[in-house]
Design a protein around this ligand. Sequence first.
Ligand SMILES: [Zn+2]
Length: 423
Amino acid sequence: MTNVAGTKRKKTTRGVPSTRPDKSARQTGFVAFDYEPRTRLIFGVNSVERVGELARELGAKKVLLVSDPGIVAAGHAERVERLLKSARLKVALFGKARENPTTRDVDECLVAAKSAGIDTIIGLGGGSSMDTAKGCNFLLTQGGRMQDYWGVGRATKPMLPLIAIPTTAGTGSECQSFALIADERTHQKMACGDSKAAARVAILDPVLTLSQPARVAACAGIDAITHAVETAVTRKRNALSLMCSHEAFKLAAGGFPDVMRRPDDLEARGRMLLGAALAGTAIENSMLGAAHSAANPLTAHYGMVHGQAVGMMLPLVVRFNGQDAAARRAYAELASGPEIACVSEGHERALEALIARLESWLNLAGIPRSLGDCGVKRSQIKTLAAEAARQWTAGFNPRPIRESDFVGLYEAAFEQRGDGDGA
Ligand SMILES: [Zn+2]
């Protein structure tokens, strides 16, 4: 069995997306898919004000509000609590969600949920708050421990309704049925997925994302862009996921530079928030690729922020995959949407234009380009490459990728230079 963020496990499990090519792809050019939208999407300025009404529609009486200390300090948790109370709902706040949540965080959240006797959960914050909320939902409704749900489709009983309210534009967790929870003891990231774990409602209010610190917005934005780029070329890409990837990329291409230069630009914030949600929907349908495989060991060994790690590896992975004609074409088509390139001018040219644009965004985000500047040791390349090659996402990469290829990618990542160096 396998997981999105972690390494392969020995057993296979029903419902886990296969990395093997399917018949439909050979006959139609499109991979077969089976996707039922599970999350009602509500987008709009101040749409968070509908949270009380929406919770009541789901039958809520007692709500657990899961958030993190930054969001509590920004006043968002208090506002949502007030909105829920004015809809005559009881609210318990768990405001201690941490970045890269572990099994311990979920256990603490579970204690809060149990003592309050709740019937609905709201995740308010970045991916970590939403993942902690999802993790808590698994344990509260199914029992056992988080490790029992590592994989896909392991929840047998109904789960509580979840409302996701993202305050960052990045992970797209609000549109995914996976909770990414690390094992507190081994630090192994476990992707625990079940269609019942997906949020019933996601409230996309761009006003809430104005409070993101610049560094958070930069890394989250690069993560969302990486999701759009990777999902557009994976072997699991299909007609539906491509629609989401292309629109997400177009929105992010327009929104990201504006958000970096003008943090108060609400229109740009809206583009990024919507782009991140659509990219999340694309992941749910097409999985991810080698930039995520190469990034996860950097986070595991060096604590590198996820958005930075995927961003540093992305241009190198695009160049690697671009040697495959079908992948090159897919990148050219992606780059044509926001007019970064034009397919009719040739796929090679479009690929180079895409890479140049990705690099300019990384510079804009202040993301260092050389792994050497981030404390990564060259002597560790072999270990990192071995772990990257075992990541599940590597199996969805459009071009077959082996451990020796990851060695090449990491070596190249020591040589790159950009305006963001030393940032
Ligand atoms: Zn990511």
